[in-house]
Design a protein around this ligand. Structure first.
Ligand code: GLY
Ligand code: MN
Ligand code: MN
Length: 437
């Protein structure tokens, strides 16, 4: 565990420092999700909850109550249960929540309803992200109604519910030194996995077999699960942006696009590389590849504090559109093709996204209506792509079915950037050389 309990405590304090006096924040854990009879999906803690606790169990609720004399950090969690623990493993229980996870007070989650009235009563404001947990939304409403019913006895129900997201997600957007250390490691492991896949690739293999090379490397390095379902798309499948079936055969003459990143201690890597199954690019593949790479390198080079995030996207649009014109794939004037969105037939997504505990991480992209400038400590992906649909009859047949994306993870530093995923080659020469080995 690289994020220490003192880091988690500092995050809770930082959040409480921003809350208004007389308020309470309510942050739920994730729930277990059934996959089929008696089987659950692998449990993954909610990122917000984990960010504030490091606590990895379902059925828990964190309350932060700044200024509360009896303790500011209150946790509800599953009680110890010797029989259930024989079947499903250790539970921290309320005692563990206090001793191991820094709660000032902790109670069995079964006591939630009987205790919440008392904890919320008299507070002016609740910070709670309404609308994502149906059951909890209903419970919050019931707790409020129960306090309101006691109004004639002098009970005062909270008057305001405020979304917690903004305060908390602004914190998560800026990565601490410890978080950056974990993300460097996630980038390194993810990059190694891509190198492994490139080396293993041969025609006749199935896409899932390349996926297995990636998953193997993740798991062998302590990342049992990827940060998102790995995309391994050979040939036309590379033009399906979120292709995850990964079951077709890889063929000589085709490219294969791999978009895969590990999750290490709750932090994501997110890397895409596209390379020829045979190890050699065809002239058309090379032309498109070098255009995507040119735009990716220019976008990364433009990253530094103060540059608006949208400027990086716009730069990718300019370079890709000009390149598509030069190759004869788009006809017209640069400005007009950009204005009309004609380039979107080939480049239909944005340049990237924030990266962190969630692969599409939290944090506003606009502040007060304006695209926000980059600041040190932000991590973003840079992932331009060109996807020429196999059905696109407006272009010469030789281009059809080429799908290329190149994606790296980039930290904004005080005076520029650091690429966290640099360990996997991306020039045509480097890729062809690696695949010859
Ligand atoms: N792997 C998802 C993405 O690149 O956004
Ligand atoms: Mn990706
Ligand atoms: Mn991405």
């Amino acid at each position: 565990m690289r994020i220490s309990q003192s880091d988690f405590a500092a995050r809770r304090q930082q959040l409480m420092d921003q809350m208004t006096p007389g308020s309470v924040a309510v942050i739920p854990s994730a729930a277990e999700v059934p996959r089929n009879r008696d089987v659950e999906y692998p449990f993954r803690q909610d990122s917000d909850f984990y960010y504030l606790t490091g606590f990895n169990e379902p059925d828990a609720l964190l309350l932060l109550i700044p200024g509360r004399n009896e303790g500011q950090v209150v946790m509800f969690c599953r009680d110890r249960d010797p029989e259930m623990e024989i079947w499903n493993g250790y539970r921290a229980g309320p005692e563990g929540a206090c001793n191991e996870y820094g709660a000032d007070q902790a109670y069995p989650v079964a006591e939630l309803d009987e205790r919440m009235d008392g904890l919320l009563e008299g507070k002016a404001r609740i910070y709670y992200s309404m609308g994502t947990r149906e059951t909890l939304d209903g419970q919050v409403r019931d707790w409020l109604n129960s306090i309101r019913k006691k109004a004639r006895l002098g009970a005062v129900a909270p008057a305001e519910i405020v979304m917690l997201d903004h305060l908390l997600h602004e914190m998560r957007l800026f990565k601490s030194a410890q978080e950056i250390e974990v993300m460097r490691e996630a980038g390194r492991i993810s990059a190694e996995a891509h190198v492994r896949a490139m080396k293993a690739c041969n025609s006749g293999m199935k896409e899932y077999q390349l996926e297995a090379e990636i998953s193997h490397h993740f798991a062998m390095n302590g990342c049992r699960l990827p940060a998102y379902s790995s995309i391994v798309g050979g040939g036309d499948n590379a033009c399906v942006l979120h292709y995850t079936e990964n079951r077709d055969e890889l063929k000589n003459g085709d490219l294969v696009l791999i978009d895969a990143g590990c999750e290490l201690d709750y932090y994501a890597g997110d890397i895409t590389r596209t390379f020829p199954v045979s190890g050699l690019f065809s002239p058309e593949q090379k032309a498109i590849y070098e255009l995507v790479l040119k735009s990716q390198l220019a976008c990364i080079e433009a990253i530094r504090p103060g540059v608006p995030w949208i400027r990086i996207h716009d730069l990718s649009v300019e370079i890709l559109t000009q390149g598509l014109m030069d190759l004869g794939l788009l006809k017209g004037e640069l400005e007009g093709l950009i204005e009309s969105g004609a380039y979107k037939a080939f480049y239909m997504h944005r340049i990237g996204h924030w990266l962190g505990m969630d692969v599409h991480d939290v944090g506003d992209y606009k502040v007060d209506g304006d695209w926000r400038p980059l600041e040190p400590g932000m991590v973003l992906t840079v992932e331009p792509g060109i996807y020429i649909s196999p059905q696109n009859e407006h272009v010469d047949e030789k281009w059809r079915g080429i799908g290329i994306r190149i994606e790296d993870d980039v930290l904004v530093t005080a005076d520029g950037y650091e690429i966290l995923s640099a360990g996997v080659p991306k020039s045509v020469a480097e890729i062809e050389q690696l695949m010859r080995q």
